[in-house]
Design a protein around this ligand. Structure first.
Ligand SMILES: C[S@@+](CC[C@H](N)C(=O)[O-])C[C@H]1O[C@@H](n2cnc3c(N)ncnc32)[C@H](O)[C@@H]1O
Length: 228
């Protein structure tokens, strides 16, 4: 899905469904991330959520940490509206600040933790991925956890076609309609800026993160815990 996808009201309304059809272990990845955050977060800790649109991971964290506070940034107003409504419905709206924009638009913090789920694969690897990671790093307390989940496919590599075929096969296995599979697959093929897992780790390291460790993989989607 491209950035424009998240400006389309129908696509945004359907967002709830998409990740669970195409991201193996989507909810489990949020459970794992919650456990990782719980390792170091204080009862009233403050999390920076980059690409907070939809609010699905923020809602999970708000449930897990009933005193945790959140600052979410996302460039798509409709996705932010969805996040706002979701958090309000669970009575957590007093604990969130939502900002239309990018990591660079977030307050300086420093934050106790940060997350960035299913966002970086939209960002070109022309210095923009690195600067996004650097903007997150500089807003974190020293040693604070950063949880990254991102789609990883080396678009130039020999396995790209096979990874794309598996992406469609998983959606089909989960019951996604064929028109949705065709749309989603063509978006992944043409509009995403995925890189290999090795490149993601190199970017994390270059941005200043240390102790980078993998914690999750659902076919093409992978997750790392790193420290600022
Ligand atoms: C696939 S959704 C993921 C939403 C949520 N993090 C989740 O995992 O369900 C991608 C979100 O990233 C946002 N986004 C795209 N580019 C971004 C960027 N450079 N910085 C922050 N958010 C971005 C989109 O507007 C969209 O809301």
């Amino acid at each position: 899905m491209s950035q424009a996808h998240f400006q389309d009201p129908d696509a945004v309304a359907a967002y709830e469904r998409g990740p669970r059809l195409f991201i193996p272990g989507y909810d489990a990845s949020h459970d794992m991330a919650s456990v990782l955050l719980m390792e170091t977060m204080s009862a009233d800790g403050h999390v920076l959520v980059v690409g907070a649109g939809g609010g699905i991971e923020m809602a999970k964290f708000a449930e897990v940490g009933p005193g945790w506070r959140f600052t979410g940034v996302d460039p798509a107003p409709l996705m932010l509206d969805m996040a706002r409504q979701r958090l309000a419905a669970m009575g957590a709206d007093q604990r969130i600040t939502l900002i239309e924009g990018y990591a660079s638009d977030a307050p300086d913090g420093p934050f106790d933790a940060a997350t960035c789920f299913l966002v970086l694969h939209f960002v070109p690897d022309d210095g923009s991925k690195l600067s996004t990671l650097r903007e997150i790093h500089r807003r974190l307390k020293s040693g604070a956890p950063f949880v990254l989940i991102d789609g990883c496919m080396d678009r130039e590599g020999p396995d790209f076609a096979a990874a794309l075929a598996r992406y469609s096969a998983f959606g089909r296995f989960k019951g996604a309609p064929e028109d949705m599979i065709a749309y989603a697959s063509s978006m992944v093929a043409t509009s995403l800026n995925t890189v290999s897992a090795e490149r993601e780790v190199a970017l994390l390291t270059e941005a200043g993160f240390t102790f980078v460790e993998p914690f999750y993989r659902g076919l093409w989607v992978q997750g790392w815990l790193a420290r600022a």
